[in-house]
Design a protein around this ligand. Structure first.
Ligand SMILES: [Fe+2]
Length: 159
């Protein structure tokens, strides 16, 4: 995947610094791992879709293609959030409501971005930056907090 990113990015001829930044952003980072098998597996798919969006953009894909990927991101996020919330309910997570609110906000914002992009009110760069940043911050903070609580609980049960 990394090689194809470099090829499409070079075709668009961004500066080498910009290119390095794009490649870094599109590479799975250990900091996204929360330490829960199911959540991590879904996060890798979620991240893969965000990368698909950027790759398609850099390759000069038509807007229709980018909108289809954005729709896929939105649908996958919806599924993933339900999946994560079910884990929280089963566990009895104390911050369920706050976490659920963050998920709902993101879904609403992605729909807004979809509309804005469709009607040329926002550039594809803005979509990518927004979703990437949300993913990076939410996983490394909120989802990590949840996974740590589950791990701590399991460790206490084990003792
Ligand atoms: Fe989450």
């Amino acid at each position: 995947m990394k090689q194809s990113i470099e090829i499409v990015a070079k075709k668009r001829n961004p500066t080498s610094r910009h290119l390095i930044l794009i490649i870094q952003m599109m590479t799975w980072d250990q900091k996204f791992e929360v330490g829960h098998d199911r959540i991590d597996a879904e996060h890798r798919i979620f991240f893969g879709l965000i990368v698909d969006f950027k790759e398609a953009q850099l390759a000069g894909a038509p807007k229709d293609k980018l909108l289809r990927i954005l729709n896929e991101i939105s649908k996958y996020a919806e599924f993933h959030f339900v999946s994560e919330e079910n884990i929280m309910i089963d566990f009895g997570y104390i911050e369920l409501e706050e976490h659920q609110k963050l998920h709902q906000q993101l879904l609403a914002e992605v729909l807004d971005k979809y509309y804005e992009f469709k009607h040329d009110m926002i550039h594809a760069d803005g979509i990518f930056d927004f979703i990437f940043l949300w993913f990076a911050l939410h996983t490394s903070r909120e989802d990590k907090k949840l996974a740590d609580c589950i791990k701590l609980d399991q460790a206490q049960i084990g003792n």
